[in-house]
Design a protein around this ligand. Structure first.
Ligand code: 4AD
Ligand code: MG
Length: 470
């Protein structure tokens, strides 16, 4: 049997394969002089040059059009072309499906410039495009590197429920899950599938905390759902979150871990995905991504310095000073206790801190969730957000309130139902310990790594307000 190889394997080992008979499969990406084909199988951004045998009949060659899926058997030869070191001299080609030119012309796969929005409209075909292939391979490697990071640090990967009764963030932006007939009046949810109202989870944190209080160090990596009507380039209604949770961890250790995880993943991608990164780097202007510094420069810059750490109170002072000194106008008024808006975050990271990642800690209790540990001042909590240039918030985390009575008061102060959270509260009675964790928005991280402007272009099938196509 003739050995089958991916194009990535063949190109990686190159001349090692010289004069060997091999089998490859893929889609034809381009043709030159009716002799040379560029074949791609998705394993790499690079194409394998196929040299057509002069013995193929004309009728057969007519069916070999761009987009056609084929199986090729041939001999690997040294290429005299400058672009590649090896090529495949075909002896046998099997066509899986030939794509007529008129069909190809209507699709984003036709080899010409398409806008990123147009490519998104044909999300079912975009896996075959160069740009989306790069993004998906980088996404895959990022996901692997995150698992690798935690595995090497002795964390346990746990799976938290997707269907839940509790609203972790308390923002009330949840999708309801029911098997009831919604056409009837006065729905009685005690007769629903789970005997109560249930929702799609906005975060696996509460369950991860419970696990950490027995296993020590755990993390989740799963989909979360938010029914917020935010139609921005950084919001999805269904997105993926990485949520580590550590017993015996204080806020400072939590912050350190978060910065380390981000840097580890960036370094991993620089080490393992240079072909894909280089393609994105070169095409940055074409795709209208980041402007001033290149993608590669940006990633290396992030690795170079420690992230800036600054308290929320200092942030408010800076914003007020900047407003007065430099006459900067913000749409939202600045006062202690306000939620930082995108315009403030952008100003701080992109301008004031010159594109250095920023860690803001000790936010006011009034704008944060019930589970965060209250500081001695009684007004602020041991929280932290990490902001990246161009993206804004990528991580939200905190040290958790481990004291039963204080947690109970927080639940009351936030008008939450303590009956629903009985199990969470109960963990604070059985050897409660200081513990911390955070949530990293995985899709936003992929956006940062690939330089894409819109989060819809880094996830295969984006779910956003008024859109659940595909
Ligand atoms: O700040 P958030 O809401 O934090 C939590 O959910 C905590 N329970 C996490 C924890 O401590 N375990 O969300 C965490 C991150 C944000 O920083 C952001 O990167 C991302 O999730 N995120 C979104 N990403 C895409 N689309 C959305 N609609 C997002 N909302 C939050
Ligand atoms: Mg947040």
């Amino acid at each position: 049997m003739i050995q089958k190889y991916s194009i990535k394997e063949l190109l990686k080992k190159g001349i090692f394969f010289l004069n060997q008979k091999v089998l490859v499969e893929g889609w034809i990406r381009s043709m030159r002089y009716s002799i040379f084909l560029s074949l791609n199988d998705g394993s790499t951004i690079n194409h394998l040059q196929i040299v057509l045998s002069k013995y193929f009949k004309k009728e057969f060659l007519k069916k070999i059009t761009i987009g056609t899926s084929i199986r090729v058997i041939g001999i690997i030869k040294k290429s005299i072309g400058k672009k590649q070191c090896i090529e495949l001299h075909s002896t046998d080609i099997k066509i899986y499906q030939s794509v007529p030119t008129q069909i190809m012309q209507k699709s984003i796969l036709q080899p010409k410039k398409h806008s990123i929005e147009k490519i998104r409209e044909q999300s079912h075909l975009r896996f075959q495009t160069n740009i989306f292939g790069c993004i998906m391979r980088i996404r895959n490697n990022m996901s692997f590197s995150i698992h690798k990071y935690f595995y090497e640090k002795n964390f346990f990967y746990i799976n938290t429920p997707i269907i839940t009764t509790s609203d972790c963030e308390g923002a009330g932006k949840m999708f309801q899950v029911t098997s009831m007939d919604l056409n009837q009046n006065d729905i009685d949810y005690t007769k629903d599938f789970f005997k109560c109202k249930t929702y799609l989870s906005v975060s696996g944190q509460l369950e991860a905390e419970v696990a950490a209080l027995g296993l020590g160090k755990v993390y989740t990596f799963g989909p979360v759902f938010r029914a917020e009507n935010s139609n921005t380039s950084r919001h999805l209604s269904e997105f993926w979150m990485v949520e580590p949770e550590m017993a015996f961890f204080h806020l400072e250790e939590n912050i350190h871990l978060a910065e380390d995880l981000i840097k580890f993943t960036i370094q991993y991608i620089l080490d393992h995905c240079m072909d894909d990164l280089s393609f994105l780097n070169e095409n940055i202007k074409k795709w209208n991504m980041e402007g001033e510094i290149s993608l590669l420069e940006k990633l290396k810059y992030i690795l170079k310095y420690p992230f800036k750490k600054i308290s929320y109170t200092e942030v408010i002072n800076i914003l007020n000073q900047e407003k007065e000194k430099k006459n900067i106008t913000f749409t939202h008024t600045i006062f202690w206790g306000m939620d930082l808006q995108s315009e403030h975050e952008q100003y701080l990271v992109n301008i004031y801190f010159k594109k250095r990642p920023l860690i803001i800690y000790n936010y006011p209790f009034c704008i944060k969730s019930f589970y965060m540990r209250v500081n001695d001042d009684g007004k602020t909590v041991k929280s932290m957000d990490i902001l990246l240039p161009g993206i804004g918030e990528i991580i939200g985390g905190s040290q958790r309130e481990e004291r039963y009575e204080v947690l109970l008061t927080n639940i009351k102060n936030k008008s939450l139902d303590k009956k629903l959270l009985w199990w969470y509260l109960d963990t604070r009675r059985f050897g409660s310990v200081p513990h911390s964790g955070f949530g990293l928005g995985f899709d936003r991280f992929v956006q940062f790594m690939t330089g894409m402007k819109n989060i819809r272009d880094v996830i295969p099938f984006p779910r956003t307000p008024k859109n659940a196509s595909f």
